[in-house]
Design a binder for this molecule. Structure first.
Ligand SMILES: CC(C)(COP(=O)(O)OP(=O)(O)OC[C@H]1O[C@@H](n2cnc3c(N)ncnc32)[C@H](O)[C@@H]1OP(=O)(O)O)[C@@H](O)C(=O)NCCC(=O)NCCS
Length: 180
């Protein structure tokens, strides 16, 4: 069983077999790109996009490290027009590390991080055929005790390449915190 910890200021030991949930660094950008590519499910964006993400959206992105390897990430941002909403852009865990709660733990950490900034909702889009992702976010909503609404957002005809429709999942609100 994988031991999962959250990195705090000052750091903690990171022995093999322990996953540490951490902020991304610039040097992680290429690793995020690799994990997205190897998932064979996610849309693979340019290496530049992942690099940019580790610079400009590091506060709303988490990585999971095992030893010196990055084995998973959740990338997100607070919507410029609705800063109470965390949009999760991509979630991926290396196939060797799936089924151990890593994605859930990364989501939990991200939400813990953005709640003091006033976030009360999480949004993400998922294609109907992505069972793992649908179950991940349903389990997350259940654990939060939060409402989980689904609606159509990006229909197939909006894409230039026959991409499947992306359904919007909106989870929340969770209670506001008082530490803003
Ligand atoms: C989706 C993904 C990130 C899940 O990562 P993970 O670390 O294995 O997920 P967890 O172990 O944290 O599981 C969290 C929940 O999702 C469920 N789940 C995860 N993968 C599942 C699968 N393949 N089939 C069914 N349920 C699954 C788990 O049962 C768990 O629910 P529970 O808490 O009710 O038991 C991983 O499968 C992946 O990287 N897939 C390819 C990329 C992708 O599809 N990303 C999502 C779209 S952005």
């Amino acid at each position: 069983m994988l031991d999962i910890r959250t990195k705090h200021v000052g750091g903690i030991p990171n022995p093999a077999g322990t996953a540490v949930i951490d902020r991304p660094e610039l040097s992680d950008g290429r690793l995020l790109w690799r994990i997205a590519r190897d998932s064979q499910v996610l849309d693979v964006n340019s290496p530049y996009a992942y690099l940019l993400w580790t610079r400009d959206f590091a506060d709303t992105t988490v990585v999971a490290r095992v030893g010196t390897e990055v084995v998973g990430f959740v990338s997100g941002y607070l919507r410029p027009d609705a800063p109470d909403t965390l949009v999760v852009w991509q979630v991926a865990v290396d196939s060797a590390h799936r089924g151990r709660g890593l994605a859930r733990q990364m989501l939990d950490e991200l939400v813990t991080r953005v709640r003091p900034k006033g976030a009360r909702f999480l949004e993400t889009t998922i294609t109907a055929d992505n069972d793992a992702s649908n179950r991940l976010f349903s389990a997350f909503a259940r654990a939060q005790g939060a409402h989980h609404a689904r609606s159509t957002l990006f229909t197939s005809d909006l894409f230039p390449d026959g991409h499947d429709a992306e359904e919007l999942h909106r989870i929340g609100p969770w209670p506001a915190t008082t530490t803003q």
